[in-house]
Ligand binder design. Structure first.
Ligand code: HEC
Length: 140
């Protein structure tokens, strides 16, 4: 008798689990993003993986002043004098080393104002290179 009650209890405890696991229409827990597919989608949009990483970092650190498209029209731009540079032009004309110097040490290091901040202590070298490779795609 005791065994039967124990068996019944075990069964009752498991009923909810059985019914959940058989519920085929509930897909809400299956929305896991596949990082490989995301990477391929980025390549499809014309950027390789390094450039796509650079774009993400650019949006995080630079877009506030230089704008989403790099045209110097970020939402903080109106506060600044001189205005943020149009990177679609500057990055076509200038050497990588010049831009790397600005990102690392700020515009002050190239004899301009101190408004473009030095990121050498905030962004790793490898990530700065990714930003540069993204900037090179602007204005094309
Ligand atoms: C707080 C606003 C601000 C942020 C954030 C900012 N910049 Fe700037 N940037 C400026 C301003 C303003 C200038 C123009 C400075 C000048 O001419 O004295 C400038 C100029 C530049 C120049 C150009 C120089 C030239 O030769 O004309 C480059 C390249 C540049 N920024 C890159 C970046 C990158 C890359 C980032 C992000 C990692 C960034 N900036 C973040 C405000 C900003």
């Amino acid at each position: 008798m005791k065994n039967k009650i124990a068996l019944l209890l075990v069964f009752l405890v498991f009923i909810p689990f059985i019914s959940f696991s058989c519920n085929g229409t509930d897909n809400s827990r299956l929305e896991i993003k596949n990082p490989f597919i995301e990477a391929v989608e980025k390549i499809d949009s014309g950027l390789n993986i390094v450039q796509a990483k650079g774009k993400k970092l650019y949006k995080q650190y630079c877009a506030i002043c230089h704008g989403e498209e790099g045209r110097g029209d970020g939402f903080n731009a109106f506060n600044l004098n001189p205005r943020p540079a149009d990177l679609t032009e500057v990055c076509k004309e200038r050497e990588d080393g010049y831009i790397i110097k600005i990102v690392t040490e700020g515009t002050k290091a190239v004899g301009k104002s101190s408004l473009s901040p030095p990121y050498g202590r905030t962004i790793q070298k490898e990530d700065i290179n990714a930003i540069i490779s993204y900037l090179k795609t602007l204005g094309n």
